[in-house]
Design a protein around this ligand. Structure first.
Ligand SMILES: C[S@@+](CC[C@H](N)C(=O)[O-])C[C@H]1O[C@@H](n2cnc3c(N)ncnc32)[C@H](O)[C@@H]1O
Length: 284
């Protein structure tokens, strides 16, 4: 078994490597989490005229959807730390003649030169702060009194078989240390008690949560087992660890992933694996 450094999966450099990986597979990532975005948008029930901030907007798909809902009297502003994703989001907005606007900045410290927002939205863009309490307190300064936030965050990895089973395969080939609870990363807020502590500490209240559970298409709808495998290896952090372990290890893991995904493939739908997220609402 090859042994990468224990910190191999630590840290997510969104303004650099992770942002570039997300951009290179943007359609596949967005296709994979589209059902969760749709559920969060439905729960948020935006109305014409509202001003909405989209935290960690990535390539801006949800910001564009929000802009349509709030219309020309409202505002949809995407905020993201990754310059390459903001550039893509701006291109998309201009191609779609959308009123969505985008700012590239670290949400933990940014000061926006805009009027305050009625609402904050985030599909998986809120879990990466090194110090979440001051970061959310900073976001609160961008919101009106009484403003509402809607976040989608991943629930426990045990309930996210798309991650558990992929990591299980990778661990047959390379050593990957267990995730550190509460550390910045996709599962930082799996524990709702901790998220409530963070939100309360930052001055938010009335937290209300519903669970989203469903099957998620790995690499987007209709993806074949081979294409889903190549997506995981190219786009997810675990791919880098396998790359660093050398071609033999990577090829062996690739074969095992293809076998796993062939087992989970549903004709006409893609490689479908269980996913669970928390849809979280709170107020300033
Ligand atoms: C998992 S992606 C989700 C992207 C987008 N919300 C979507 O659903 O398509 C996480 C996003 O959060 C952004 N992000 C991470 N840390 C951030 C920070 N401190 N400030 C602003 N954006 C951040 C990343 O650059 C990335 O675009």
């Amino acid at each position: 078994m090859a042994g990468p450094a224990p910190e191999a999966l630590k840290g997510e450099d969104w303004a650099g490597e992770m942002g570039a990986r997300w951009l290179a597979s943007l359609d596949r990532f967005e296709g994979m989490i589209a059902p969760i975005g749709a559920a969060l948008l439905a729960r948020a029930e935006y109305h014409a005229g509202e001003r909405v901030l989209d935290l960690g907007c990535g390539g801006g798909a949800t910001t564009l959807a929000i802009a349509e809902r709030v219309g020309p009297q409202g505002a949809a502003l995407g905020l993201d730390v990754a310059p390459m994703l903001i550039e893509r989001a701006r291109h998309r907005a201009s191609a779609a003649a959308s009123s969505a606007r985008f700012v590239c900045a670290d949400a933990a410290t940014a000061h926006l030169d805009t009027p305050p927002f009625d609402r904050l939205f985030s599909r998986f863009g809120s879990m990466f702060f090194d110090a979440p309490v001051p970061a959310f307190a900073n976001l609160k300064t961008m919101l009106k009194p009484g403003a509402r936030i809607d976040l989608a965050v991943w629930a426990n990895p045990r309930d996210n078989l798309w991650m558990m089973e992929v990591m299980g395969v990778a661990r047959r080939h390379v050593e990957i240390p267990p995730a550190v609870p509460r550390a910045p990363g996709p599962f930082a807020f799996e524990d709702l008690g901790y998220l409530e502590e963070v939100l309360t500490g930052a001055g938010f209240g009335s937290m209300d949560v519903t669970a989203y559970e469903g099957l998620q298409p790995i690499g987007g709808p209709g993806t074949s087992p081979v294409a889903a495998t190549d997506f995981v290896l190219a786009a997810m952090a675990v791919g880098r660890v396998l790359d660093e372990a050398g071609a033999d290890v990577r090829d062996a893991a690739r074969a095992d992933l293809i076998a796993l995904f062939t087992d989970r493939h549903i004709e006409g739908e893609g490689v479908m694996m269980g996913a669970k997220a928390w849809l979280v609402r709170a107020n300033v």
